[in-house]
Structures are given as structure tokens and as C-alpha cells.
Design a protein around this ligand. Structure first.
Ligand code: FES
Ligand SMILES: [Fe+2]
Length: 337
């Protein structure tokens, strides 16, 4: 039971780092792997997260890469998100350098306007802006049954504060997902952020487990400074093959979510895969201080992004390491899932 009260901060006690209860006996690779495989079997409608909504402003084209394919994004005059392949169908100019004119994107090289209709081999891509993240549907890459819109995880509504951080690593989406499906590493590997972490329940190794039961429940204190922190109860689950959602279910910020999305972007110069980790934090709280934080969102958002990036510096090292170990074992640098 997590204490809630007038003030969210608690003075907590913790053992010395090396005296914590080791978590390795519970962190069974088979449990993590089974959770990853169940997630992989869930349909995603061929949708891929490509970044934050605010990264695509009105009037400017933005380029992204998904599985070595260039994608360009821009907004129609009414703000709708539009997308298409990133190479001009005429002579291949990079459309991310194009100029937005009304609903259209005009190629810089010879002025070919592109929009919501097919032009030769160039075919617009379905795109979706959920208010926090942008998504593109790539049917050839996904290979599953396409859906009209992506299934966006449930997020807190109303007064929320959101921030998005992106970190690219030399690994596959699998490595990002399995890092998040190992909640046991939290207080050991990130002692600057977490203390007194206990995994209260983990899903069994059962390939048929329904999604509603496919969750890890974790008790943890988010360290604010020194031994002052915020104790919460959180769950982790995968609504899709490349997404892990952490949801605070008890304590400060109940209902807040951290969505981690892993999008393959293709190979690096070394031939090894690169994956973009796009993490959206959507925080909610009824506290008066939260209203202030929302009012100061332009100031608070960079701090939220900084905190997420700091964690991901270590988590990406973890993900890159699991990729390297797997590649070594399989004797193949582009090991499959
Ligand atoms: S390359 Fe785009 S119009 Fe020629
Ligand atoms: Fe981590």
C-alpha cells in the first residue's frame, strides 16, 4: 500500500546500494522473453511511432527514417498530419527539404507539388497525430492487417503535462522492449532515480496469457533528492509488439503513463541495426502544484525530457549490450527477433 497524503514527498530509508536485496533470482530471462513474445503476437495495424507531435510544426517538412525507408511528414493547412515517402518521384530529391505550400509539399529541385494523391510511384502514407506522438502506417514493413488508426494507449485526460524524449541506439526494437520488461534492474542500475524497488508480481511464462493479465506490478520510490522521494505503485504492460506502457496505479500521479515505443530506423554505417526509442510521459495530478507545473510547461517539459534521457542513457547501454550479446551468440549482426 502506497501512502498518499497532502504532500507527495516522503523521507525514505534505504539500504546501501550493495546491501539491497539482489533481484537476479526473480529476473528470470524466461519470464522477460515470454512477455516479449506475447507482445510480439499482438496486432499493431502496421503503425510506427516516428516522434513527437510538436516536432512537426505547421509550415515545415520533417524527415524520418523507418527500417531504412525515408519518410517525410508535414501538416496540411488545417493542421492535419500528412506523410509520404521521403524521396521525390521525379529525380529523388529529399522531400524533407521541400517547402510547404497550403496542403502541399513542393519539391525544392524542380517544384513538383505532392499531397494526398498518388504521383507516379509516390504514394502518400497514412499518418496519425494523437496529440502527443506522430505515427506512420507502413504496410509493407508491418505485414499485418492494416487499421485505420493506431491503437494509442489510454492516457490521462484533462489537465496533463506531456514530454517526449527520443534516443537512438545500436540495437533492435526487441532490446528496448525487453529492457522495459525487466523492472528488476530499476534500483540497482538507476539508483539516482529509484529506491526500494520491489516487483510485486510478474506474468507467468504462458504463451496464451491475455493482455489484461499480462502485467508486472512494481512498488518503487522515485528519488527526488537524497532520501526524499515519491513512493508509487506502477504496472508495466505491452499493448503492442514495440510498445511498453508504465502506468502509475497508486500514489502520486495515479493515472500518469510513460509510453516507450521502439521504432526500427535501419542500419548504421557499421551495418548493425539502429532503433529509435521514443518515450512519451503523460503526467496527471490533482494537486495545486501540478496546475503550476502545467502553467510552466515550457520550462518543466525540458526537465522531464532531461530526466527521461538520463535514464535512457543507461537503458540504451543495457539495450545495446543485450543486442551485442545476442549478435555474438547467433554469430550474425542482424539477428532476427
Ligand atoms: S526531384 Fe523533385 S521535382 Fe525534380
Ligand atoms: Fe531502466
Amino acid at each position: 500500500m502506497v501512502a498518499t497524503g497532502r504532500f507527495p514527498l516522503r523521507l525514505f530509508r534505504e539500504p546501501r546500494w550493495v546491501r539491497q536485496e539482489p533481484t537476479w533470482p526473480q529476473a528470470a530471462p524466461a519470464v522477460i522473453d515470454a512477455a516479449y513474445r506475447r507482445a510480439g503476437a499482438r496486432p499493431d495495424g502496421n503503425w510506427y511511432v516516428v516522434g513527437a507531435s510538436r516536432e512537426v510544426p505547421t509550415g515545415r517538412a520533417v524527415g524520418r527514417r523507418v527500417d531504412d525507408a525515408e519518410v517525410v511528414l508535414w501538416r496540411a493547412a488545417d493542421g492535419r498530419l500528412l506523410a509520404g515517402p521521403g524521396a521525390c518521384p521525379h529525380l529523388g530529391a529529399p522531400l524533407a527539404d521541400g517547402i510547404v505550400d497550403g496542403d502541399r509539399l513542393v519539391c525544392r529541385w524542380h517544384g513538383l507539388p505532392l499531397g494526398e494523391e498518388r504521383v507516379g510511384p509516390w504514394c502518400p502514407l497514412p499518418a496519425h497525430d494523437d496529440g502527443v506522438l506522430t505515427w506512420v502506417r507502413l504496410d509493407r514493413l508491418g505485414g499485418g492487417a492494416p487499421t485505420e488508426t493506431p491503437s494509442v494507449p489510454d492516457r490521462p485526460r484533462g489537465a496533463v503535462l506531456e514530454a517526449v524524449a527520443t534516443v537512438v541506439g545500436r540495437c533492435q526494437p526487441r532490446d528496448i522492449v525487453t529492457n522495459r520488461l525487466d523492472p528488476w534492474h530499476g534500483a540497482w542500475f538507476h539508483p539516482y532515480s529509484f529506491a526500494n524497488l520491489r516487483v510485486l508480481s510478474a506474468p507467468p511464462v504462458d504463451p496464451e496469457l491475455p493482455e489484461a493479465e499480462d502485467v508486472f506490478t512494481v512498488e518503487v520510490t522515485f528519488r527526488v533528492a537524497g532520501r526524499v522521494g515519491v513512493p508509487v505503485l506502477a504496472t508495466f504492460g505491452c499493448p503492442g509488439p514495440r510498445t511498453v506502457v508504465m502506468r502509475i496505479v497508486e500514489g502520486e500521479g495515479t493515472g500518469s503513463v510513460v509510453e516507450t515505443h521502439a521504432t526500427p530506423i535501419g542500419s548504421g554505417r557499421d551495418g548493425a541495426p539502429r532503433t529509435a526509442m521514443v518515450e512519451a510521459t503523460v503526467a496527471a495530478s490533482p494537486r495545486p502544484g501540478f496546475a503550476l507545473a502545467r502553467a510552466a510547461a515550457p520550462l518543466v517539459r525540458p526537465a522531464m525530457t532531461w530526466a527521461a534521457r538520463r535514464l535512457w542513457r543507461d537503458d540504451m547501454a543495457y539495450a545495446e549490450r543485450t543486442y551485442t550479446m545476442r549478435a555474438k551468440t547467433d554469430g550474425d549482426r542482424t539477428v532476427g527477433d
